[in-house]
Ligand binder design. Structure first.
Ligand SMILES: O=C(O)CCC(=O)C(=O)O
Ligand SMILES: [Fe+2]
Length: 217
């Protein structure tokens, strides 16, 4: 469950009302404050990425091209020592995801050489995941890793994700500065909505990389 267009202040109130029709000021304020602080962290991260790629002239366009979505997730305890899949292996389709979780481990990331590694929970630590849209926008300079959640034991895993999502209709297109003979264009321009729609089709779910199949050059 979550909040789309989470940058709109009254959305946190509406979301709280769904969970507590009689109201819950403390929850609502916590969510608002979380959104405020985490969106600043997201902006710092994206600014650093744009600067590190030397494409500062696109900074304002990039910073203004997204909306936020906040999702609260619960992975039920399987009540068994056998490891079960909580969330299937996938790449995020958006720009940047910032994850925070309780003390129950389960998040795993696939390294470029094909090893699944655990992301062990550390208090006060956020995990930043790059999504396919940023991978495409940077013409492949930044890797969008496959990740999954594996659960076992008797304790539920809770996580909260702030997702940076391209605005409706925004064309995701690598700037010309990142395309040259050594780095040929990897993906044709696309919108997030069209890409995500494809990724949910039978073909999109079956193929190894929905991004490559959908708009790979
Ligand atoms: O719960 C987590 O830590 C990961 C969630 C996730 O990968 C997602 O929602 O895309
Ligand atoms: Fe994910």
């Amino acid at each position: 469950m979550g909040i789309d267009d989470a940058n709109i202040p009254h959305k946190a109130e509406k979301f709280t009302q769904i969970l507590w029709p009689q109201g819950n000021t403390s929850f609502c304020k916590t969510i608002q404050s979380y959104l405020e602080q985490l969106s600043k962290l997201d902006q710092t991260i994206r600014r650093m990425i744009v600067e590190s790629l030397g494409i500062e002239k696109y900074m304002d366009e990039h910073m203004n091209s997204i909306n936020y979505s906040l999702r609260l997730m619960k992975y039920k305890e399987p009540q068994s020592d056998e490891t079960k899949i909580g969330l299937h292996a996938h790449t995020d389709k958006n720009i940047v995801t910032i994850l925070y979780q309780n003390q129950v481990k389960g998040l795993e990331i696939l390294t470029k050489d094909g090893q699944w590694i655990n992301v062990d929970p550390t208090p006060n630590t956020f995990t930043v995941m790059i999504g396919d849209s940023l991978h495409a926008l940077t013409n492949g300079r930044i890797h969008a890793p496959f990740h999954r959640v594996m659960v076992k034991g008797n304790e539920a895993r809770y996580s909260i994700g702030l997702f940076t999502i391209p605005k409706a209709g925004y064309m995701i297109k690598a700037p010309k500065e990142l395309v040259d003979e050594e780095h040929p264009l990897l993906y044709k321009p696309f919108t997030h909505l069209e890409f995500i729609t494809f990724s949910y089709t039978e073909e999109g779910m079956k193929c190894e990389s929905a991004l490559k199949t959908y708009c790979g050059v």
